[in-house]
Write a protein that binds this ligand. Structure first.
Ligand code: FAD
Ligand code: AMP
Length: 483
């Protein structure tokens, strides 16, 4: 086969593999280069999302939730469990099996769609050429009409807590622990820190999260963040805000390693706390190591993201970039949609992506999910809005399922009634928020949702009632009194 392609994608995470499949579906001769190797040293597709991100974290969240629920949640249902055991290595193995099944699935999809899958490293050269080094070290130069960079991101390492992959670990290490640490520290109470902290808290660790910012989930709607903080604290997660970690020292305590963490508390006082394991979850940064030849013509911004316009075109003609390696939220689905958009634009379509409607989820229990604008953002922008909320404690379906915590908040424009945002903490929030996202995409008003028929009893009735509450028409909670 000739080494000239219509499209070469570098990186087979959710942004890159989706782009490659779509390009091939559109009749373009496509190759996708991926350098990830599994534990056996074999090339695998799927990127961070499938190997060490979305999927393995959800596998452990679900396993740990089952364990915790059997131990704590069944008694009131009249169910007694005599003996409960925990086999952490088996739990980790189940996660690994799911990862294997899904990453193999991507290779299957590549085959089915005619994408040439190349394992090894890609480097962008000038003139839309790509240097490809396979996993045996053989080097080849490939040519393409279009190159798509989808090299993703890696965890940020902070000098005050350098990851040693033993006592101080990152999110990848936290998905591989073979035993439950008695005392677990997490630096960063962001999305990943809360999810991984929840896994090990449910399995029995005493978890303390140290967060530098004064506000919990600062980017979320304040009311929802406050409710989430209350619920998670009740579950045993100790969230210490305004606490900036300034140092960590790994020590030997009678043959057992532990880590002494120093941090500055909200009064500016130095505090110390000792953990058996410490997870560093302070965010991720774009990954472009060894990727760009000096004369390839692609620019990066001051934070290392590849510079792109609204359509993901870089400043080098015929070179595009998608996913975590470019601006915007670091979310798998954001990258995948960018991948689709770029493939379609390469094929000559005028596809555009709606960056205003990208759902965002934290997979704690209950889940925290949001789409669109928060009240705080609208206030700051001086946009007139009205909001309606509905608590799950008033939902029959939620109570039947013993899931009465949390609420749905719907926000609409004060004059047009068009839905501007939806924020949920509660059962199945990830799936419920998508209903609002679909409505927003179709330009729906709160009244439109209010007029729809929702099945009973369902959790989605809470979305219906929150939309009704926007205009004080809720049925199952008292409405705000008219002034
Ligand atoms: P990646 O998935 O990082 O893939 C990039 C690929 O490019 C990698 O496979 C890498 O090996 C390859 N690559 C890099 N350089 C080269 C090169 N030079 N040559 C060849 N290949 C190269 N997001 C969600 O939306 N939902 C979640 O629930 C969620 N949970 C997460 C949980 C955790 C613990 C973590 C760490 C992340 C989570 N994310 C989640 C974020 C999500 O994983 C990322 O947003 C997503 O994987 C980004 O996709 P991507 O394709 O841009 O990059
Ligand atoms: P996210 O960006 O959602 O992954 O969250 C990362 C979190 O880590 C942010 O809320 C940061 O404020 C927090 N963070 C970064 N550095 C530190 C530090 N040295 N100590 C405590 N928290 C930190």
């Amino acid at each position: 086969m000739s080494d000239k392609y219509d499209v070469i994608v570098i990186g087979a995470g959710p942004a890159g593999y989706v782009c490659a499949i779509k390009a091939a579906q559109l009749g373009l001769k496509t190759a996708c280069i991926e350098k990830w190797k599994n534990a056996e040293g074999k090339g695998v597709n799927g990127g961070t999302c499938l190997n060490v991100g979305c999927i393995p974290s959800k596998a452990l969240l679900d396993s740990s939730y089952k364990y915790h629920d059997i131990d704590h949640g069944l008694k009131k249902h009249g169910i007694a469990v005599k003996e409960l055991g925990l086999d952490v290595p088996a739990m980790i193995q189940r996660k690994a099996d799911i990862v294997k099944q899904l990453t193999n699935g991507i290779s299957g999809l590549f085959k089915a769609n005619g994408v040439t899958s190349l394992f090894g490293k890609g480097k962008l050269l000038a003139g839309k050429k790509v240097e490809y080094t396979d996993n045996d070290g053989n080097v080849k130069t490939l040519e393409a009409e279009h190159v798509v960079i989808a090299t993703g991101s890696i965890p940020i390492n902070i000098p005050v807590s350098p990851v040693d992959n033993e006592t101080i670990i990152d999110s990848t290490g936290a998905l591989e622990l073979q035993a439950v640490p008695e005392r677990l520290g997490v630096i960063g109470a962001g999305v990943i820190g809360l999810e991984l902290g929840s896994v090990w808290n449910r399995l029995g660790s005493k978890v303390i999260l140290l967060e530098a910012l004064p506000d919990f989930l600062a980017m979320m709607d304040k009311g929802i963040a406050r409710e989430a903080q209350k619920i998670l604290t009740k579950q045993g997660l100790e969230i210490r805000l305004s606490c900036r970690v300034t140092g960590s020292k790994v020590m030997d305590n009678g043959g057992k390693k532990e880590v002494l963490v120093t941090y500055q508390d909200k009064e500016g006082k130095e505090q110390q706390v000792t953990f058996d394991k410490l997870i560093v979850c302070v965010g991720r940064r774009p990954y472009t190591e060894g990727l760009l030849a000096p004369d390839c013509g692609v620019n990066t911004d001051e934070r290392g993201f590849i510079y792109v316009n609204d359509n993901c075109a870089t400043n080098a003609p015929g070179v595009w970039a998608v996913g975590d390696v470019v601006r915007g939220p670091m979310l798998a689905h954001k990258g995948s949609e960018e991948g689709v958009m770029v493939a379609e634009r390469i094929a000559g379509h005028k596809t555009q992506m709606n960056y205003d409607i990208i759902p965002n989820v934290i997979y704690t229990h209950p889940e925290v999910a949001s789409v669109g604008k928060t009240e705080e953002q609208l206030k700051q922008a001086g946009e007139p809005y009205k909001a309606g909320s509905f608590p799950f404690v008033a939902s029959g379906r939620a109570l039947a399922a013993d899931e009465g915590e949390g609420m749905v908040k719907m926000i609409a424009h004060a004059e047009t009634d068009r839905i501007l945002g939806c924020h949920i903490v509660g059962p199945s929030a990830a799936d419920l928020v998508q209903q609002a996202a679909i409505a927003m995409e179709f330009g729906s008003s709160a009244e439109d949702i209010g007029m729809m028929v929702f099945g009973h009893p369902t959790l989605s009735e809470a979305v219906h009632e929150a939309a009704l509450a926007v205009n004080n028409h809720a049925i199952h909670i008292p409405n705000k009194r008219k002034k």
